[in-house]
Design a protein around this ligand. Sequence first.
Ligand code: CO
Ligand code: ZN
Length: 328
Amino acid sequence: MFDIIKKLAQTYGPSGNEKKVAEAIIEMVKGKVDEIKTDPLGNLICVKKGTGGTGKKIMLAAHMDEIGVIVSHIDDKGFLRFSNIGGLPPHVILGQRVVFENGTVGVIWYEEDTEDKKNVKLEKMYIDIAAGSEKEAGNHVKIGDMAVFAADTISQNGRVISKALDDRVGCAVLVQLALNEPKTENDIYYVFTTQEEVGLRGARTAAFGIVPDMALAVDVCDTGDTPNCKPMSVRLGEGPTVKIKDSSVISHPMVKDRLIDAARKNNIPYQLEVMLRGGTDAGSIHVTAGGIPSGGVSIPTRYVHNTAEMVDINDVENAVKLLEAFVK
Ligand code: CO
Ligand code: ZN
């Protein structure tokens, strides 16, 4: 499981540039699913037909894209100005290392005369790629190129620390589930979506194309178990969550109840999730194609949208078990 998470987390894939992640996933699941296709927005759809051909269509969605930065200007000294791809808290990216698709590394810093350093705006920040001039910088990057956090993936005390666990850990859960080949009469659509971080975009067209009977977003959620954090009843290591609500969806009662049933009957630990901020692919799936009963299973994750996010490997493994019980 850790190896799958690490491989996917270390693959380059900011929103709109998820191709390498899709290729890595195809390598992992080919032979274990009946059909693999990519739709016009880049969503990777892997279908496992149910036994008997009488079952329902269940869509499981995890997004392939990760947050990052996009180059908007190169100045005459070779410094890059940039905008965000997805939600980037400015004060946490200061001093971070980023890497472009071609391997070019940059350091994010800010104009030294910035007065309110706590509320520094992206406009006051720049990326230094160790170039001495606009021309030299232009040899490595151009306007519109995207970079992602450069940070490794490690395992320690049963927990994983890595960049991009949002949502490569969700992709890893779906890959592992596909490898387990759960026996069910239902058709399972493993959907690896694009452009979630910029507005849940890929999932919308994927769901419209499939029109599933039921859908789950498999993503990360915040926790409420770190010093002096906001109150939230989710803790690392106490099980995957059954989503009740986030800012994009109120889970369908039938979907939510089935998940809870599946967890109880199989003695799988779970937690109930009410996420105060942030949405998931379920947000766009449930309002597609006449309406699709949707919900979510999340991996409790500390420090979401930072260079070092943290999950507990037991939660990841239990998420696989929970989904396996659910699709049956
Ligand atoms: Co995210
Ligand atoms: Zn996510």
